[in-house]
Design a protein around this ligand. Structure first.
Ligand SMILES: [Zn+2]
Length: 374
């Protein structure tokens, strides 16, 4: 069943590549996508900045002006490890998130500074590296459950997008989203900058986002968006196995023409001595990268916990790998670990929440017998 999908996908890719304008400077991200079978995105921002002095509760975005060298060093480590796409240090760069640190008046300055730092590293790399402007959730709950209106959210994302574009990003990268309303507002806001848009959701709650969106739901949402996304997928979440299963479910729902992104955490978050650690090894992340590619992702990277060392292992794994049929659920379970009941039900074609939450789905224990947080 996976083979026809893969064949159509490669044919589509060739058509896109042959119709591309000869000028590669048109847009680096679009050009990379059209000319390469897969792209490596970067690793974590927050967890790696904690390693060089960021304290819990600090706004990482303030470092774009306080410690630009440390931000540049992080980007450089990912580029050296083989990243084709680096994300700006602007995940909490909307006025709503910056307001928590009394820095909302510096929104444009901090986002532009971040984009310039990443742009400089990408441009000095000697190869084609795209800069993606990271845009995370506002942290506010939107109407009708909360109070933030669509227009307010759209305006906040629009001003962030314009600042990132002014700083030189190639693509706007909306990530860790969980609600339909915020996805729609973020895409509508990002669109004002006129750049390609990527959007990834965190399917971290039994195969769905915190707000209940399944991969199948996201497929419907994506098709209704204007403009359509250049790529979409999943980031963060609860571990490599769940992300690969999610990519499989997204590929089934969205079809072969949608470019999928997998940016999974480096294993499962665990509390060790009061700090959050991630248990993924470079070997696990290498396996994850290959399986995510086979499951249908064309852009693969790491989220929380992913260091340059992990990313190098992923690059090597992808370069030495020939795309194969989508992995079976059994292969994911045995090589990467457990998959949630909800994601397993979706894999089997059961899309209702009730079906996904049904008791009695007997989870196999993956290697290492990791605990699940659901
Ligand atoms: Zn993450």
């Amino acid at each position: 069943m996976a083979w026809p999908l893969i064949l159509v996908s490669e044919r589509t890719l060739n058509v896109v590549a042959s119709s591309l304008p000869a000028d590669p400077s048109a847009n680096r991200f679009t050009h990379l996508l059209a000319t390469r079978p897969w792209l490596l995105a970067d690793g974590a921002t927050g967890s790696n900045l904690f390693d060089v002095g960021l304290m819990s509760g600090d706004a990482p975005e303030l470092w774009n002006t306080e410690h630009p060298d440390r931000i540049a060093n992080l980007h450089q480590s990912f580029v050296d490890a083989g990243a084709d796409i680096i994300l700006t240090n602007t995940f909490g760069g909307t006025v709503y998130r910056l307001k928590l640190h009394q820095a909302h008046g510096r929104m444009a300055e901090l986002n532009q500074a971040a984009a310039r730092i990443a742009r400089a590293v990408a441009d000095a790399s000697g190869r084609e590296v795209a800069v993606a402007g990271s845009m995370g959730p506002t942290g506010e709950i939107m109407e009708p459950i909360g109070t933030l209106t669509f227009d307010q959210a759209k305006a906040a994302f629009a001003e962030q997008a314009l600042a990132l574009a002014a700083g030189g990003v190639d693509v706007l990268w909306i990530e860790t989203m969980s609600s339909r309303e915020e996805v729609e507002a973020a895409v509508a806001g990002a669109a004002v900058a006129g750049l390609p848009i990527v959007c990834t959701l965190s399917f971290d709650t039994n195969g769905r986002t915190m707000m209940g969106i399944s991969p199948s739901d996201f497929s419907g949402i994506e098709k209704s968006l204007s403009p359509r996304l250049a790529a979409c997928g999943t980031n963060c979440g609860v571990g490599a196995s769940e992300v690969v299963a999610c990519i499989h479910n997204l590929a089934e729902a969205m079809g072969p023409d949608v470019v999928l992104v997998a940016k999974g955490n480096c294993g499962i978050p665990q509390y060790v001595d009061g700090a959050i650690c991630y248990n993924g090894t470079p070997e696990i992340m290498a396996l994850y990268a290959r399986m995510a590619l086979d499951a249908g992702a064309r852009i693969i990277g790491g989220c929380c916990g992913t260091s340059a060392k992990h990313l190098r292992a992923m690059r090597d794994a992808l370069e030495s790998h020939t795309k194969s049929p989508s992995p079976t659920l059994e292969a994911i379970l045995s090589q990467l670990g457990e998959v949630s009941t909800g994601a397993r039900a979706q894999w089997g074609g059961e899309q209702s929440r009730l079906g996904g939450a049904a008791p009695g789905a007997n989870l196999s224990r993956g290697r290492g017998g990791r605990s699940r947080r659901e």
